[in-house]
Write a protein that binds this ligand. Structure first.
Ligand SMILES: NC(=O)c1ccc[n+]([C@@H]2O[C@H](COP(=O)([O-])OP(=O)(O)OC[C@H]3O[C@@H](n4cnc5c(N)ncnc54)[C@H](OP(=O)(O)O)[C@@H]3O)[C@@H](O)[C@H]2O)c1
Length: 242
């Protein structure tokens, strides 16, 4: 199967390319660095020509209001190119519970991306993942100073990027879901506790202060999966840290 992986040089995209090729498919990465721009449309027709599947793993350069325009324009351009190229399956990666947090521009942008895909002309699959373990350092940095890190006790079910990539590659190689597959890691932690575990493992002596108003996750009720159909990935946080 020929797969065009747009954003195929990123954290998840590069591993999806590797997984698909290891499974005997023909996956090709595309991004700025290969001369493709999902916003201007440059190189898109060539990138998706002859592909059975398009996997879109691009990300917006900012998480603010501008992310809405990024996902609208990129999806419009990609769907037009995919339709022209006769692509039979279009896959995106979104966020578990994205529709539950309209207060956050970025979450609204991901819901917009999902809606544009679902309303479009190509059979599709949406994989929704919880917070990547790889993103914890960024989460800590948003509300840190020299002595403390402030974090709410929001329940988080982090997932390793390699497990996300496995799930995306598996979905890409299958029949279009026409809906959403939710994936998460195997454990749930309050975010403040996750911060303490992370700092302690790194030998960082700063104190985590529980603050229900701190950072992006203050408005997220929970980045966890409760439904019985959830796909749980194997990697535990302590194993990932080590
Ligand atoms: N962080 C989380 O916890 C989380 C959770 C659930 C879902 N997600 C979703 O996962 C997806 C992938 O995230 P990631 O962390 O793997 O992203 P990433 O590492 O930042 O990679 C983004 C990729 O997109 C490419 N790209 C960006 N703008 C582009 C443009 N205008 N034209 C062409 N290529 C462009 C980049 O290429 P260059 O480097 O060449 O610019 C890179 O290959 C995102 O859509 C995100 O919403 C994230």
């Amino acid at each position: 199967m020929k797969v065009a992986v747009i954003g195929g040089t990123g954290l998840i995209g590069s591993q999806v390319v590797k997984n698909l090729n290891a499974a005997g498919h023909e996956a090709v990465p595309h991004s700025h660095s290969t001369g493709v721009d999902v916003i201007s449309g440059q190189g898109l027709d060539e990138a998706v020509a002859g592909a059975d599947v398009v996997v879109n793993l691009t990300n917006s350069p900012t998480f603010d209001e501008a992310s809405l325009a990024f996902f609208q324009t990129s999806m419009d351009n990609l769907l037009a190119a995919a339709q022209k190229g006769g692509v039979g399956h279009f896959v995106i990666l979104s966020i578990v519970g994205a529709d539950q947090v309209p207060e956050l521009d970025y979450y609204r942008a991901k819901v917009l991306q999902e809606n544009v895909l679902a309303a479009g002309p190509i059979p599709y699959s949406i994989v929704r993942a919880t917070q990547f373990m790889e993103f914890m350092d960024a989460v800590l940095s948003w509300t840190a100073d020299d002595a403390t890190v402030r974090l709410p006790a929001t329940p988080i079910q982090p997932i390793a990027a390699k497990d996300v990539a496995n799930a995306v590659a598996e979905v890409a190689a299958g029949a279009p879901l026409g809906g959403i597959r939710n994936i998460a890691g195997p454990e749930i932690f309050p975010l403040d506790e996750l911060g303490r575990i992370t700092l302690s493992r790194k030998g960082d002596n700063r104190t985590v202060v529980t603050d229900p108003t701190a950072g992006m996750f203050a408005v997220v009720k929970g980045d966890v999966l409760t439904d019985k159909d959830a796909h749980l990935a194997p990697t535990r946080y302590a194993d990932w840290l080590s």
